[in-house]
Design a binder for this molecule. Sequence first.
Ligand code: PLP
Length: 457
Amino acid sequence: MDSSLANRLAARDLAVVWHPCTQMHDHETLPMVPIARADGAWLMGHDGRRYLDAVSSWWTCLLGHRHPRIVAALNEQLDRLDHVMLAGFTHEPAIELAEALVAIAPRERGRDGMLRRVFYADNGSGAVEVALKLSFHYWRNRGEPARTRFVALTGSYHGETLGALSVTDVALYRQTYAPLLLEPIFAPSPDAYEAMPGESAAACAARRLGELRRILERDARTIAAVIVEPLVQCAGGMRMHDAGYLTGLRALCDEFDVHLIADEIAVGFGRTGTLFACEQGAIAPDFLCLSKGLTGGTLPLSAVLTTNDVYDAFYAEYSAGKAFLHSHSYTGNPLACRAALATLSVLRDEPVLERNRALAAHLAKRIAPLASHPNVGDVRQTGMIAAIELVKDTSTREPFPASERRGLRVYRHGLERGVVLRPLGNVVYFMPPFCVTPEEIDLMVDVAIEGIGKAIA
Ligand SMILES: Cc1ncc(COP(=O)(O)O)c(C=O)c1O
């Protein structure tokens, strides 16, 4: 272990690398952390320091870093085929993965196996772009070119490429680029934190469905799709809603004949307690966007699952001009598909979700006392995602001004104590890899509580 090597790497980095989601000036005081290795729930710095990855490296690392089955699958694949373009060519990993995804996709009562087609891309935003374009293009191919608008929920986050950013409602990311973006219709989120005093999460969801109904009554003929992050609006602050919203949303989309796009990029693959969040509303969307945990967090890959109805609207003689000509160079990369297949095989062969239930219960027990903290406005949890909302005043729920950057103080404290917490503004959250132990949960919660103490002092 070499702290001078760590320092040299940090200096070289800052001389040449421009980091995502970062005001680079912050690094005049904030340490840049060069990571040498990772194992399970832990990241290891070049200086020998260890960090518990309580946020799964931006929610990608599903089962733990360097899971042996994923590593073995990647090594084996690397000896055979690195990459080939997916236009005109195919390969076993892409075929097997599409078959596997179709087999486990969420199902809806009375409409078995709706999602039967898989379109690959290579990151989450790319998947959202694909779903938006497919939906618009579907209606166009069906003779309804006026369906140019999308409905998104307030507080939503769907990525940062221009299309995905258009349906994102987090001012931090959206505001600057607003002049470049499509203008969606934002429907009020069923976020239970924003429920009226005394209103249950279910009643809040029902009220929000009523508001969405009015939008659809007015504008459905010009709307292609409604896009939702099922159960948890993650980057918008881990805001959670009642599963009944999903059931009602599906029914409204059917009634008004608009598509439903479920963005499970963050919440898919067991994060919310079920393999897919949509299962808790007993629904299947018209488009399901997957990424992040899909490869266990090893390689970039995304997939959009859709129906034969959508596929068939594009299937025609070339001269009809109906084809979906969207492409990314690394679409369906064989290595990434192999990593995804290994991830799915672990989820199939091992009692991962069952184990998660016990871990989630432990996490719930450990964070519960924070509910009475004088600067905590809410403690919430859905499966393996838990969040603590810091507020200036619990009686009014007045937030700390963003400029005070309280969350950054929690982050700094976490780094000092060897836990990666990366609050979203005033929201401290946990989304650990599924290999986390109860003792590691204790550590991350203890460090977060200490950090909160420092942040509000
Ligand atoms: C719900 C959701 N959709 C889309 C994205 C964008 O994914 P990516 O960062 O891979 O572009 C994210 C990323 O956090 C996300 O949480």
